[in-house]
Design a protein around this ligand. Sequence first.
Ligand SMILES: Nc1ncnc2c1ncn2[C@@H]1O[C@H](COP(=O)(O)OP(=O)(O)OP(=O)(O)O)[C@@H](O)[C@H]1O
Ligand SMILES: [Mg+2]
Length: 152
Amino acid sequence: MVAFVTHSEQETVELGQKMGKLLNAGDIVLLYGGLGAGKTVLTRGIALGLGARDMVTSPTYTLMHRYEGKVPVYHFDLYRLSGPDEVLDLGYEEFFYGDGVSIVEWPERLEYLCPEEYVRVEIEIAGEGKREITVDAVGDRYLRFEKELKGI
Ligand SMILES: Nc1ncnc2c1ncn2[C@@H]1O[C@H](COP(=O)(O)OP(=O)(O)OP(=O)(O)O)[C@@H](O)[C@H]1O
Ligand SMILES: [Mg+2]
């Protein structure tokens, strides 16, 4: 487990950028945290760290936005998902187990489609402008990532 505290939106973007630089094709990041915690802000940083230049916003009317970085970045916001079958219909395997990095807001909605290995990020609101962000490797695949993140 690696824990961070950020004191502004910009600091969270910068943490995301550091994470993005350590991610590779096929990696999956699940972002836990309530409304307004900072999941989309962190995603913006991760996408920047992966070299994507388009502005990352909330994918309000679609379940997924794709950004072009050094690898494709698939940004899912599953808040409005009625159930995991909707993710199946989207052909999620192509994204989760493909050529890009997947970042998922509201991953609780995945239920039985939750991957076995992923980077687990939890964001907690700790006051005005303050966020506690913990990062855990779930599965051996991400142990190196966690170790590298500890080193930054
Ligand atoms: N340290 C911080 N890190 C990130 N965001 C912060 C921080 N401090 C304040 N904020 C504010 O919190 C809000 C986070 O919004 P964001 O859209 O990223 O949340 P979210 O977790 O994606 O919410 P939702 O579940 O609605 O998609 C922004 O308005 C941002 O400016
Ligand atoms: Mg969001």
